[in-house]
Design a binder for this molecule. Sequence first.
Ligand code: CMP
Length: 133
Amino acid sequence: MIEQTLSIIKPDAVERNLEDRIKNFFKEKDLKILKSKKVKISREEASEFYKVHQTKPFYNDLCNYLSSGPIVVMILEGENAVAKNRELMGATDPNNAEEGTLRKMYGLSIDKNSVHGSDSVLNGKIEIDFFFK
Ligand code: CMP
């Protein structure tokens, strides 16, 4: 099924000029970039975006981090886009990510793991609306 998902290139990857390489990687794997923009969000916006994690011990650091510098937000579209994007990103912790995945190639740590992707079609809709509505 053709789906849409939200992808974020996080501050660590934007800072290292990895935007074009990551975008080309998605395109080569048949994920179309429907929309893309570079933004810097506030601490409040980051806490709203990540509110599903509000009870987690890493929530505070996570919100500080996502609002620490420019990010690139994208709508990706393609066959099984949600699962496909998660496969291309690899495990949350780059140390556990498979060879050839974005987080293995570019991730620095579990916090600075270079990319975010929606975990379901429903959350994809919510996350796309958050940035593009
Ligand atoms: P992301 O896919 O953006 O979703 C939430 C983020 O929290 C995750 O990537 C990680 O960067 C970050 N994080 C930090 N610590 C943890 C942890 N122990 N488990 C899961 N995610 C974590």
